[in-house]
Ligand binder design. Structure first.
Ligand SMILES: CNc1ncnc2c1ncn2[C@@H]1O[C@H](COP(=O)(O)O)[C@@H](O)[C@H]1O
Ligand SMILES: [Zn+2]
Length: 361
């Protein structure tokens, strides 16, 4: 029998596309690459890293470099996207904000634009579930009515967030924001700042982030993944719509975040496996939950951290003594923090209302 955490409808707001690559696909692509271009990838090293229980942040970012090496053409980006959507849908994620860093790679004729086009191809090519990713101009909603009318096909709403990598220059970050604006009609709703927290400086990305906000894009920041009080303060002063992680916060930061009520994307397994939080019993989830601060459970990178959103729900329930109904409430509350328009929000609110009335858990 399916566990409640699997069958419960869920909302995923912090998932990196390439960090969520299907493990079997990663191994298949890495093996093929290893056969044709021995120097491009160290296959045994990759297998070793996938199996490890705990990874330092340095190892995690090395892993991302290994994953990025297998992207040798646009069709691979399309395949990865298609499979990631299928995997989230089969875990009963009903709304997914998928983030990815547009990549330029001249040696394979890839521009940031063509990379994002390949991601959108991936969204279009999913056939096992219905993918709703084009924002609707008029208020024609079908998600709820289709479900209520006995349409048994699974549906998932997907929106995209384009990430700025902390290794990038101001110009490259600006290019990503301009691309996001051009792609709004394909469901791009926001900008994320991510990448190795030990790299780069806040002032480099600030002009692009300000521009994004002026143009009406939503902004989420990886904030406090390492101890860097000055940067955390600067980030909170910027008033992003959401932040991810919030591990190395000091009293002043909690105070700022509580007064701005900035929702936090919580990635339990990621934080524990990278030692950003020493153990689950001291994870700030408990504090924020107790304080009724807006928070959303997320996966970060299902491949790198061998997790799924239902596993994160189970992990939280087991670790903090929460029941199924508490978890359904947490999932339902996530709807309030999505970046998509009010039409989608209302649609999801109605859907969760009908689920909590009808679901026998
Ligand atoms: C451990 N927590 C994390 N902290 C910071 N950045 C992270 C991350 N997990 C993933 N990324 C960012 O997402 C990229 C992979 O997906 P995409 O190629 O963009 O689809 C990584 O290269 C990194 O920049
Ligand atoms: Zn992340």
């Amino acid at each position: 029998m399916e566990e409640w955490c699997e069958s419960m409808p869920k909302v995923e707001l912090h998932a990196h596309l390439n960090g969520s690559i299907r493990v079997s696909t990663l191994l298949e692509l890495a093996k093929a690459l290893n056969e044709t271009q021995r120097d491009a990838i160290n296959f045994s090293q990759m297998k070793h890293v996938i199996k490890k229980k705990a990874l330092s942040l340095t190892e995690v970012f090395h892993m991302f470099d290994l994953i990025h090496n297998v992207i040798t053409d646009h069709s691979i980006v399309t395949r990865i996207t298609k499979e990631v959507i299928e995997d989230f849908a089969s875990d009963n994620v009903v709304y997914l904000e998928l983030r990815t860093t547009p990549k330029r790679n001249d040696s394979i004729g890839m521009s940031k634009r063509s990379y994002v086009d390949a991601v959108i191809e991936g969204l279009k090519s999913v056939s096992s579930v219905d993918v709703d990713f084009i924002p609707k101009t008029e208020d024609s909603r079908s998600f709820i009515s289709d479900k209520c009318n006995g349409n048994s096909r699974k549906r998932i709403i997907v929106r995209l967030i384009l990430s700025i990598d902390r290794r990038e220059t101001t110009e490259a970050a600006m290019e990503t924001v301009k691309l996001a604006l051009e792609m709004r009609h394909f469901g791009v709703v926001g900008i994320d700042l991510s990448g190795n927290p030990k790299t780069g400086d806040w002032t480099t990305y600030l002009p692009a982030l300000k521009f994004a906000r002026e143009q009406g894009l939503k902004v989420t920041l990886h904030c406090g993944e390492i101890k860097n009080p000055k940067e955390i303060k600067n980030m909170l002063d910027f008033h992003p719509q959401r932040i991810g992680h919030a591990c190395f916060f000091e009293d002043e930061h909690w105070k700022m975040m509580k007064s701005s009520k900035t929702p936090v994307e919580i990635c339990l397994t990621s934080n524990i496996r990278t030692f950003s939080v020493p153990s689950i019993d001291v994870h700030h989830f408990a504090y924020l939950y107790e304080e009724k601060h807006p928070l959303v459970l997320c996966t970060d990178d299902t491949c790198v951290f061998t997790t799924s959103l239902s596993k994160e729900y189970k992990y939280a329930a087991d670790s903090f003594g929460l029941g199924k109904w508490d978890m359904l409430e947490l999932s339902r509350n996530a709807v309030e923090h999505i970046f998509a328009d009010n039409g989608v929000k209302n649609d999801l609110r109605k859907y969760f209302n009908s689920v909590s009335k009808n679901m026998e858990m």
